[in-house]
Design a protein around this ligand. Sequence first.
Ligand code: NAD
Ligand code: GLY
Length: 328
Amino acid sequence: MAQNINVASPEFDYTIKIGSGLLDKIGEYVPAAPSVVITNTTVASFYGKRLPQLLPNSSVITMPDGEQYKTLETVNGLYPELVTAGLDRSGTIMALGGGVVGDTAGFVAATYMRGVRFVQIPTTLLAMVDSSVGGKVGVDLPQGKNLVGAFKQPEVVIIDPDVLATLPEREWRCGMAEVIKHGFIADEQLLQPELWDKTQAEILIARAVAVKVKIVQEDPYEKTVRAYLNLGHTFAHAIERVSQYSWPHGEAVGVGLVAAARLSYVLGLCSAELSEKVEKVVSTVGLPTRIGDLDPAELFAAMGSDKKWQAGHSRFVLLKAIGQPVIA
Ligand code: NAD
Ligand code: GLY
């Protein structure tokens, strides 16, 4: 049976539905209005034909696959396709895909005709537990990640863990980076390997989503505690950019968590044991813990354009203990 998690947002309340088989019942949960599904070429090859069959009055637009396409150029290409598809202000945009599709399609939904309704149908573990929840949408600039964006809350988030059957192993591990991030900032249970088995996916997802929901409800516009969700991300965004996005987000977050924990220890905020535990958990999940041949000087320079820097000062989310993140 599907689980419902309700989210109170400043604009309206919405539901995150989690359950096996939900994709086939999508018509019951989304607004009965003309809709356009935005997806990418890879996800379209698995699920692109199903949605128009299930949703009368819908069409599908595909974008290329990859973080390098989370750009204003892609957005510019999508707007005229929406016009051609006949989507007007009464319509709905649905994002079917991982975080890249969700962030890009959400930005389009926030801006097309000054905003149309938006539905998230995340298909990666990472998008299920993190990017589809909380309304952050946007695209990258050559100067840095997520530098153009908006807050656009979804009307509903439909999470069907069955779609993870086609997700490559490496992408599952990327999603685990955000799961364990949620574990370190707020829920130690998420760090138990017994919960990481794919047979437990629905429980794992619900538990990880609950962490994000609690935080975004308390601080929807990242004035205070929402920043904790950026644990490891100042490092991660620099790794992604310097590697020209050959490092996927989740792997960069893995190293970012290790670096944040190490910095926490060096600054005297946490114990050596905690720093070592973070590295052990990241490596047990199967994520990298080191930057390989990336140039530290280039990474340091790239960190300078991260959104999280304020008034020229670096600003890191660090850990005092499990469940005790701090901004330093
Ligand atoms: P992604 O969207 O690139 O997806 C990873 C890969 O999996 C892609 O090749 C995709 O085509 C493929 N894929 C997706 N679903 C599949 C499925 N069911 N079966 C087979 N293949 C599938 O990457 P991601 O890890 O989902 O998302 C990363 C992005 O999310 C980054 O841009 C990051 O900045 C963003 N993000 C946003 C937020 C937010 O709050 N908005 C939070 C965290 C991350
Ligand atoms: N960085 C994830 C979020 O704030 O939603």
